[in-house]
Design a protein around this ligand. Structure first.
Ligand SMILES: C[S@@+](CC[C@H](N)C(=O)[O-])C[C@H]1O[C@@H](n2cnc3c(N)ncnc32)[C@H](O)[C@@H]1O
Length: 369
């Protein structure tokens, strides 16, 4: 049971009435006796004892909106706006090390009347009545450089490979140092730099910029000329959308557990007129029974104490079941994280394609089945 739940159970008075839960982890709902709610997280929805509402604009009415503090100020403010349309009374709980003190200030700014607090279990509960605020899903657009146009140069350099012909998984120099963005090996390089416009929504990973680990991966990854690519944990979609832009002949599926990420990626695909398949999915759940030529991931690493390892471990362990026999699994991670061993347990060949002080890019092939 989470510290937030233990604190709430010590103060049952705050949940007397008709409660609607916003972003409360699925497994915490039964102990709290809450029977209605919403979550933008497919994993939490799967753990809930009843069907939680989905979508980015839940419409419900209740006496009390119970909110577990989400990560990041932008998502927090958005969820507080949603809560204000659902119930007059707000009960917000969060851990001390997760920003509940700052959140209390944000709540105070929206409060009508007094703000009550209770402390304990390294968490804080904040209760008040809220001014109703119209929730606005603020999107932020940003540019992601993806290297150079392929195949557009009128005069290709002699001997350069033909992009329309099989560049599939050209040989790689092992342990290439991570460097600046370049063009994928095996593809024809023109001279016009290309960029994607991505859309970010509140709380979507990397909040309007290209993450350095993602950049390191995009710098070295090799896309096949055709076949299916899965971007696992797509965030705003920089990996899968740039794959589709670079190699329009591949079929790209992008999945994320967070509905805001799914919506951000859909919007990004629309802005760039890219025909891709974007799905809400806890890990491989939404692609069960499907196989890909490339699975690529910049996995989550700080979702909560301990849980990030479980998620990435499942991404690695379940990869062979979703790869074609000659497929490749690409993973970028912080250099200190222990992914080489689990990869070697599931794949006969594991190459370190790029490495610097901060990140490692692995390419794992020959899945063990
Ligand atoms: C480090 S971010 C990378 C996002 C994006 N690929 C990028 O490079 O900017 C990891 C992403 O994994 C998603 N994620 C976390 N747990 C997941 C799960 N169980 N299934 C699918 N996606 C998950 C998060 O929502 C987040 O968007």
């Amino acid at each position: 049971m989470l510290p937030e739940t233990r604190l709430l159970l010590r103060h049952p008075f705050f949940l007397q009435g008709d409660v609607y839960a916003l972003g409360v982890p699925g497994a915490e709902l039964a102990p709290l006796g809450v029977k209605r709610g919403w979550s933008p997280d497919a994993h939490e929805r799967a753990l809930a004892p009843f069907a939680l509402d989905e979508g980015l604009a839940p419409s419900a009415q209740a006496e009390i909106a119970l909110v577990y503090l989400p990560k990041g100020n932008a998502r927090r403010d958005h969820v507080l706006d949603l809560a204000s349309t659902i119930a007059e009374k707000l009960v917000l709980v969060g851990c001390n090390d997760a920003g509940i003190k700052t959140a209390r200030k944000a709540v105070t700014a929206r409060a009508v009347g007094p703000v009550q607090s209770e402390h304990g279990n390294h968490a804080q509960l904040v209760a008040t009545s809220l001014k109703p605020v119209e929730p606005k899903l603020r999107e932020r657009r940003f540019q992601v450089p993806i290297g150079f146009f392929e195949g557009l140069s009128p005069d290709p350099p002699p001997g350069s490979p033909d992009p329309t012909h099989e560049p599939s998984l050209a040989p790689l120099d092992a342990r290439r140092p991570a460097g600046r963005l370049a063009s994928s090996p095996g593809l024809h390089v023109g001279d016009a730099p290309d960029a994607l416009t991505l859309v970010s929504l509140p709380g979507v990973f990397s909040e309007g910029r290209l993450d350095d680990a993602t950049r390191t991966l995009l710098d070295v990854i090799v896309w096949p000329a055709r076949g299916r690519v899965l971007d696992l944990g797509c965030g705003a979609g920089p990996i899968g959308l740039s794959a589709k832009r670079r190699v329009p002949t591949i079929d790209v599926t992008l999945v994320d557990v967070d509905d805001y990420a799914v919506e951000a990626t859909r919007r990004g695909a629309k802005v760039n007129a890219l025909d891709v398949d974007v799905r809400s999915s806890d890990g491989y759940a939404a692609v069960s029974g499907e196989r890909f030529d490339v699975i690529v991931t910049n996995p989550p690493f700080h979702r909560g104490v301990g849980t990030e390892y479980e998620v990435t471990r499942a991404f690695v362990n379940d990869a062979p079941a979703h790869l074609r026999p000659d497929g490749a699994f690409w993973l970028v991670a912080n250099a200190f994280l222990p992914w080489e061993e689990p990869l070697r347990a599931r794949f006969a060949t594991v190459d370190v394609v790029a490495q610097d002080r901060r990140f490692v890019v692995y390419r794992a092939t020959r899945p063990r089945t």
